[in-house]
Structures are given as structure tokens and as C-alpha cells.
Design a protein around this ligand. Structure first.
Ligand SMILES: NC(=O)c1ccc[n+]([C@@H]2O[C@H](COP(=O)([O-])OP(=O)(O)OC[C@H]3O[C@@H](n4cnc5c(N)ncnc54)[C@H](O)[C@@H]3O)[C@@H](O)[C@H]2O)c1
Length: 345
């Protein structure tokens, strides 16, 4: 059995980590920690285990094998490195950390301590994305020439546990990033996975257009962005993110290949559609994308993969070193927008 603890007891800890740990027969939940003890207390009543009054107390507990880091972005690196140095395996939520150095230090700490470090890039594990990867790797559609991908919803203030426009997600000190890194990281990581290539150039524009704190001032991070990514094989496309899609979420990725088009989560019924160049169409009804807004939280597979990786002592597609490559693209996009120029990677 793997004994786990969870740090940060907000929405993602409740809806995904604790729920999926509880469902995993190889897991014992030993306890929870949060800045707010009452949130940890709520989790123990719902999922078992005890309240750890501090992370130091949790990380010092020799019976804990593995921890989930579900705190605000700015704390990911410190908590992760502390846990790894205490001999724990770590599953850390995305975005991995708020500086490139922090991300690199996390990977180095996992390596030094010979522990698993995984990042919650759950889009790699959704059924339509897995099927698309198989189709692309088989070569039947040829190479991806271009793409467009979008991740937009009505904003994290509707999702996070605070349910307030003064959420930490909107502050530089706690979130560091806005929609581009919060949502774009999922799609950048997915594209690198599907295309099996490396991003060599980015040109991004991040902007804050609509979100306001309760006092009426604009939030401190971007609420919309568009980034152009170029891959080493020449594949080019756009990553669009938004926290201002009021009404309906968009989570669609479209890959334009040499012999046809793959549409992912672009159709509410068919999560994977292929339109071949002779106009024949194949539809797959596989799954619905996990969405925060509609509260569709079927098992993400992330927690099971983490536990499996720990049990087998094997690296997975969610490994921290792999996530580092996606984060480098995120940081390049931020730099591109700040400096108003393309960044060669
Ligand atoms: N993989 C995904 O699709 C996905 C979806 C949503 C959120 N997330 C990520 O998960 C993380 C948490 O997001 P959330 O939506 O659960 O936010 P949330 O606001 O609902 O919950 C965060 C919780 O962490 C606690 N916390 C913050 N810093 C802490 C610290 N240093 N120590 C202990 N507790 C701390 C807060 O008190 C709060 O209860 C974020 O990094 C977010 O980007 C990932």
C-alpha cells in the first residue's frame, strides 16, 4: 500500500486528488494540510486520514510515502522540493512552478532523492487524446502541418474554493500567471506530446481585457492570450486561452495533417473526429473532456498513473523532466509578450 498526504484542500484536491486516491485500491489516505485547518478537517471527514497542522509535520511523518501538492502556484516549488528532500514521491499540480529555475530545481530534487515527480498534465490521459496519439504515431494521416487549439472558460473565480473575484488566481504574488500559463500549459504540453516534436519559436500576446477584482480594478494577470508556436519540423499553429468565455467552455484542438484533419473535443458528441482528404469521415464517441465549469470530473487517470509509477518505480508521460520542456515554452511565451517579439528557443 502507498500512504499519501495532500497539501492544499481546495477544488482540485477535493474533486480529483482525494476522490481518485480514495478509489485506488493501492492507496491509504493518511491526511491533509491547508493554510485553513477547517478545509483540511473537511477533507478528513470526507476522505479519511487526519489533519496535519503543518507541512513540516506531514513531510516528517515516516509513514507517508507520497504527497499531492494542490496549493496555489507560488508554493509549488518550495513544497515539492521540501517533500522530495523528505523522501516523499510528489504529484504536483500544474503549472509546475512560477520560474524556470524553480522547475529545474524540482526535477533536480527528484533525481537527487531518486523519487517520482509527476505534474498534473491530465490532458495527455484523456481518451480522445490517447487515441489521437496512436493515430498520429501510426502515420496514417502523415505529419501534422498546422494546428489550432483553444482552452477557454468563464474564469477560475467560478471554480476555486474561494468563489470570489479576489481569488489568488488573479494575483501575481500567488498565481504569477494568468490564463496563458494556467490553461495554455495543458495545450502546449498536449501538442508537444501529439506532434512528438520540440518547439523552436514562439510569438505570443497576453492581455487583460475584462476580469476585475471586487474593488473594480483590473486583475494582475492576463485573462486572454494568443500564442503562435513553431515546431522543429516546421509545424505551426496557435494556442488560444481565455478566462472570458462566458456561456460555454472551449477545449478544442484541431490538427491539420498531410492526409486529413483530426478534431479533438470540438464536437459535443464525438470527442474525436477524422476527416480524410477524400472527405470520408470517422467519428469516435470516446469521452467528454473534464471541465471545471460543468463540473464533469470523471477519473482523470493522473492519480492512478502516479501510484502505478511509484509502485513500479517507472517514469511516466507525466514525469517532471517532460513537463519541464512544456514549461520552457510557457516562459518563452511570457517573454515574447513582454518584449513584443518572437522568441527563438
Ligand atoms: N490539472 C488541472 O486541470 C487543474 C485544475 C484546477 C486547478 N489546478 C491547479 O491546482 C492548484 C490548486 O488549485 P485549486 O483550483 O484547487 O485552488 P483552490 O483555491 O480551490 O484551492 C487551493 C487551496 O490551497 C490552499 N493553499 C494555498 N497555499 C497553500 C500552502 N502553501 N500550504 C497549504 N495550503 C495552501 C488554499 O488555502 C486553498 O484551500 C493550482 O496550482 C491550480 O493551477 C489544476
Amino acid at each position: 500500500m502507498i500512504n499519501v498526504g495532500v497539501v492544499g484542500c481546495g477544488s482540485i484536491a477535493r474533486k480529483r486528488h482525494a476522490t481518485e486516491y480514495l478509489a485506488n485500491l493501492d492507496v491509504n489516505i493518511l491526511g491533509f494540510n491547508d493554510h485553513y485547518n477547517e478545509r483540511a478537517d473537511y477533507m478528513t471527514k470526507e476522505f479519511g486520514g487526519k489533519v496535519y497542522d503543518s507541512v513540516d509535520e506531514m513531510f516528517a511523518d515516516p509513514s507517508i510515502d507520497a504527497v499531492s501538492i494542490c496549493a496555489a502556484n507560488a508554493f509549488h516549488a518550495d513544497l515539492t522540493i521540501k517533500a522530495l528532500n523528505s523522501g516523499k514521491h510528489v504529484l504536483c499540480e500544474k503549472p509546475m512552478a512560477i520560474t524556470l529555475k524553480d522547475c529545474e530545481d524540482m526535477v533536480a530534487a527528484a533525481h537527487k532523492n531518486n523519487k517520482q515527480l509527476m505534474i498534473g498534465h491530465n490532458q495527455r490521459l484523456s481518451l480522445a487524446h490517447i487515441k489521437a496519439k496512436q493515430i498520429l504515431d501510426s502515420g496514417e494521416l502523415g505529419r501534422v502541418i498546422s494546428f489550432s487549439t483553444t482552452f477557454g472558460h468563464q474564469g477560475p473565480e467560478m471554480w476555486g474554493i474561494d468563489k470570489s473575484a479576489d481569488t489568488w488566481f488573479f494575483k501575481k504574488s500567488s498565481a504569477a500567471f494568468g490564463s496563458m500559463a494556467d490553461l495554455g500549459i495543458h495545450k502546449i504540453d498536449l501538442l508537444i506530446y501529439l506532434i512528438s516534436g520540440h518547439v523552436t519559436k514562439v510569438y505570443a500576446d497576453l492581455t487583460t481585457l475584462d476580469k476585475k477584482f471586487t474593488d473594480g480594478t483590473m486583475i494582475e494577470v492576463d485573462d486572454n492570450s494568443v500564442s503562435i508556436l513553431t515546431f522543429d519540423n516546421g509545424t505551426i499553429g496557435t494556442v488560444t486561452t481565455s478566462w472570458t468565455y462566458y456561456g460555454e467552455e472551449s477545449n478544442a484542438t484541431i490538427l491539420y495533417c498531410e492526409k486529413g484533419i483530426i478534431r479533438l473535443y470540438a464536437n459535443p458528441t464525438y470527442s474525436l473526429e477524422i476527416i480524410y482528404s477524400d472527405n470520408t469521415k470517422v467519428h469516435y464517441e470516446l469521452d467528454k473532456i473534464q471541465t471545471n465549469v460543468d463540473d464533469i470530473q470523471t477519473s482523470s487517470g493522473v492519480i492512478d498513473m502516479f501510484i502505478d509509477g511509484v509502485v513500479r518505480d517507472e517514469k511516466t508521460v507525466l514525469d517532471g523532466a517532460i513537463a519541464l520542456e512544456s514549461m520552457k515554452v510557457v516562459f518563452a511565451c511570457l517573454k515574447s509578450s513582454e518584449e513584443g517579439r518572437p522568441i527563438i528557443m
